[in-house]
Design a protein around this ligand. Structure first.
Ligand SMILES: NC(=O)c1ccc[n+]([C@@H]2O[C@H](COP(=O)([O-])OP(=O)(O)OC[C@H]3O[C@@H](n4cnc5c(N)ncnc54)[C@H](O)[C@@H]3O)[C@@H](O)[C@H]2O)c1
Ligand SMILES: [Zn+2]
Length: 366
């Protein structure tokens, strides 16, 4: 089996991201050498357990790794401290000591919860990430950020805890609902726009195959996205500066998610709108030519209709001012300068932000 291996090198730990179709069946072979006391706990959710847990458990058992399965409730609402506490209690009851390894098998929610738990259980145990959504494969599983939500806001509690390894099997995406699949792809498209012109062209040229989940093309899309994120994380583990560019589309994306109360848009869809808005801002500032702006907007829209949403421009602007990424009262935007190159700017007049919001409202109507 052909496998791609991408290194992540951070001050706290270096590890490999392995990518290959069918990798789940061979997880045991790869993890055997990494697991300290050959005792693992797989954390997952029902939709993923039903389809994929058996394959993973069989492979781990063949490799002589004693494994238990821990199930947590599905969905963003389970990304709470109370879920961590329940999982931790189950671990203690099952005799988990500090030599165990946690394996996150699922989307970004499972990855964030499991990573967080691993960082604090008995003051820290190892974690392996096995992401099963596009979003988790190209983004959440890489880079060591963990977290849970509070009633007062998303991801407000968390740690940095780099995994021992990340195993990506694109074949598991076959069972992903198509809306989730597409939403994750916007994060990958984001990688192309902000730092990899070749990846962006892949989205333009192989658009149909990507939507049809062509295994060869999709593996390349994932690998290129991972490569980009891995290189950024490797030079800026804790979001000093460089890592901020990964937030392209997220300033307005987050505001839209919050404004629509997290009920109308999936995260990736909100980022899609955010990327279009940031592109419009760049154009208005005279920092992007109109042909490139058109290419970016078309590539986002080309993935099909985005869900409708209702928002007030004024309340978005107000939200932006109180965003956690605001520094010294100024909103930071990541804007495209050309395909594969972005810039961080904090000098965007409110009128330009409002015009960008009006633009996406218009597009959302069509
Ligand atoms: N740590 C980070 O750096 C980082 C980065 C980006 C996002 N995130 C977090 O990731 C979370 C979103 O992740 P997500 O979009 O993967 O959501 P998710 O984990 O809720 O998964 C989406 C849905 O898909 C289902 N699912 C997962 N894999 C499947 C499969 N192979 N087949 C069928 N169904 C499957 C899940 O059960 C769930 O219903 C958010 O909480 C976000 O904050 C974290
Ligand atoms: Zn995102």
């Amino acid at each position: 089996m052909l496998m791609i291996s991408i290194p992540v090198t951070t001050a706290s730990r270096s590890y490999e991201v392995l990518i290959g179709s069918g990798l789940l069946e061979r997880a045991g072979e790869h993890l055997g050498k990494l697991l300290e006391n050959r005792r693992a706990f797989v954390v997952t959710v029902a939709p993923v357990r039903r389809r994929w847990a058996k394959v993973l458990l069989r492979s781990l058992s063949t490799a002589g790794i004693a494994t238990d399965l821990l199930e947590m409730p599905n969905g963003e609402r389970a990304k709470r401290l109370s879920t961590l506490e329940k999982l931790a209690d189950k671990l203690v009851k099952q005799g988990a000591d500090r030599g165990i390894t946690l394996i996150a098998l699922g989307g970004g929610v499972v990855g964030d919860v499991t990573g967080f738990l691993a960082s604090i259980y008995m003051r820290g145990v190892d974690v392996i990430q096995i992401p099963t959504t596009v979003l988790a494969q190209v983004d959440a599983a890489i880079g060591g950020k963990t977290g849970v939500n509070l009633v007062s806001g998303k991801n407000l509690l968390g740690t940095f805890h780099q995994p021992r390894a990340v195993l990506i099997d694109p074949a598991v995406l076959d069972t992903l609902p198509s809306r989730e699949y597409r939403a994750g792809l916007y994060e990958s498209l984001k990688c192309g726009i902000l730092g990899d012109a070749g990846l962006f062209r892949l989205f333009e040229d192989r658009h149909r195959e990507i939507l049809d989940r062509d295994p060869v093309v999709i593996e390349k899309v994932i690998a290129d996205s991972v490569r980009l994120k891995a290189s950024i994380v490797s030079s800026d583990e804790r979001e000093g500066g460089l890592r901020q560019v990964l937030n392209f589309g997220h300033t307005i994306g987050h505001a839209l998610e919050a404004e629509t109360k997290y009920t109308q848009l999936l995260h990736g869809e909100a980022v899609a709108w955010g990327m279009i808005a940031a592109t419009h801002i760049a154009l208005s500032l005279g920092k992007l030519d109109s042909v490139t702006a058109g290419r970016i907007t078309n590539s986002v829209i080309g993935f099909g209709k985005l869900p409708r949403m209702k928002f007030q421009t004024a309340s978005i602007v107000k939200r932006l001012r109180s965003d956690k990424k605001t520094r010294q009262g100024k909103v930071h935007f990541i804007i495209p300068r050309e395909i594969g190159k972005v810039e961080i700017t904090s000098d965007v007049p409110e009128a330009i932000i409002s015009a960008a919001m009006d633009e996406i409202r218009q597009l959302a109507r069509n």
